[in-house]
Design a protein around this ligand. Structure first.
Ligand code: ZN
Length: 84
């Protein structure tokens, strides 16, 4: 599941845990964190990795900050980025 990709296919995802996830060509649908060795969004993902992702997701939903997986940098959520 590309749960963090929002329909965007990244070649490389820069994760807030400090890991980098490459697109897993063999599965065609997932990204594997090089730091944890786990598929991003899977139950195999490490606690730290998951917590960081959840934290940024919560910030984004609060309309404050979001994590840019393309660049590995945080940025402010602009008004027109907000969903719903
Ligand atoms: Zn990780």
């Amino acid at each position: 599941m590309t749960v963090y990709a929002d329909g965007v296919r990244y070649q490389t995802m820069y994760l807030p845990c400090g890991g980098v996830a490459e697109f897993d060509e063999s599965s065609g649908i997932s990204y594997r964190c090089e730091l944890c060795g786990a598929v991003v969004g899977s139950i195999g993902q490490s606690k730290h990795c998951k917590e960081e992702s959840d934290k940024w997701r919560a910030y984004e939903e609060a309309g404050m900050w979001k994590w840019d997986y393309n660049t590995g940098e945080s940025c402010a959520v602009r008004a027109n980025d907000k969903k719903g």
